[in-house]
Ligand binder design. Structure first.
Ligand code: F6R
Length: 237
C-alpha cells in the first residue's frame, strides 16, 4: 500500500484529486467507484475545478456509487443521489445517465442489488474505487462481521454507524436503519483503490486496518491484500 501523508483536509482534497486525474486521464472510458460522506467533499470540489479548467473531462466516464440508504427518495437532501448531484455531478461534464446509484426506494431491493451487480459486470472492470473509512472499520456499508466475499446486498446499519451519520440529519431517529451497499467482494475487484482517511478520531481504527489482522471484524483490513491501494491521510501512522 502506498501511503501519502497530508497536513489537513484541504491538502487531502487536492492530493486525492490529482490521483484521480492521473489515474483516469489516459483511459478512454473510465469506470469510477464513488463514495459519499464528509471525507471526499474536498476531492469532489477539486475535481469540479479541474474539469472547469479543462484538466480533465468526464464525458466518457461511468460511475457507480458504493451505497445508498433504503427508503430515501432521490430528491431527499440526505440521499446519496442528492449528495452526488450536488457535490460532483452537477459541476462536471458527466452524462447523468452514466452515473449509477442503487435505488433505495426500489420495490424489490434484492433484485435492485442483483441488477446493479449485472450492470457493473457489463460495464467492465472498475478502474478506480474511492473509499472512506468508517469509525468501526467499515468500507461502504459493510459493517464488522460482513463476509469478505459479499456482493451488493441489503444491510442493517450498526448503531455506531447510525450514531456517526446522525450529524447529517435533524434527529438520530431520522437516520435510515437499512442501506444497500456494494459488497467487499465487489469492491476488492477494482484495479486501483484510493482510500481517504481524515481526522485523529480514526487513528486507532486506521492502525488496525493497516497493521492488524486481516479479519472480517475489521472490514477495511481486506485492503492489506489488494495489490494497488493508495492511502491519503492526515493521520500520523
Ligand atoms: C459512504 C461510505 C462510508 C463512508 C464512511 C466514512 O458512501 O461508503 O463507508 O465512507 O462512513 O464517512 P465520513 O467520510 O463521513 O467519515
Amino acid at each position: 500500500m502506498e501511503i501519502i501523508k497530508v497536513k489537513d483536509m484541504d491538502e487531502l482534497g487536492r492530493k486525492a484529486a490529482e490521483i484521480v486525474v492521473d489515474s483516469i486521464k489516459e483511459i478512454e472510458n473510465p469506470v469510477l467507484g464513488l463514495a459519499t460522506g464528509s471525507t471526499p467533499e474536498k476531492l469532489y470540489a477539486n475535481l469540479i475545478d479541474k474539469c472547469k479548467a479543462g484538466e480533465i473531462t468526464f464525458e466518457q466516464a461511468v460511475t457507480f456509487n458504493l451505497d445508498e440508504y433504503v427508503g430515501l427518495s432521490n430528491d431527499d437532501p440526505q440521499s446519496y443521489r442528492y449528495y452526488m448531484d450536488h457535490h460532483l455531478f452537477n459541476g462536471i461534464d458527466i452524462k447523468k445517465q452514466n452515473t449509477h446509484l442503487l435505488d433505495g426506494e426500489a420495490k424489490d431491493l434484492e433484485k435492485e442489488c442483483r441488477s446493479f451487480e449485472q450492470l457493473m459486470k457489463k460495464t467492465g472492470e472498475m478502474d478506480l474505487q474511492i473509499l472512506g473509512l468508517g469509525l468501526n472499520g467499515h468500507i461502504a456499508f459493510n459493517e464488522p462481521g460482513t463476509s469478505f466475499d459479499a456482493r451488493t446486498h441489503i444491510v442493517d446499519l450498526d448503531d455506531s454507524t447510525i450514531e456517526a451519520n446522525s450529524r447529517f440529519f435533524e434527529h438520530k431517529e431520522d437516520v435510515p436503519t437499512q442501506a444497500l451497499t456494494m459488497g467487499i467482494g465487489t469492491i476488492i475487484e477494482a484495479k486501483k483503490i484510493l482510500l481517504l482517511v481524515q481526522g485523529e478520531k480514526k487513528a486507532d481504527i486506521l492502525k488496525k486496518v493497516l497493521y492488524g489482522d486481516v479479519t472480517e471484524e475489521v472490514p477495511a483490513s481486506i485492503l492489506q491484500r489488494h495489490p494497488n491501494v493508495v492511502l491519503v491521510t492526515d493521520i500520523d501512522i
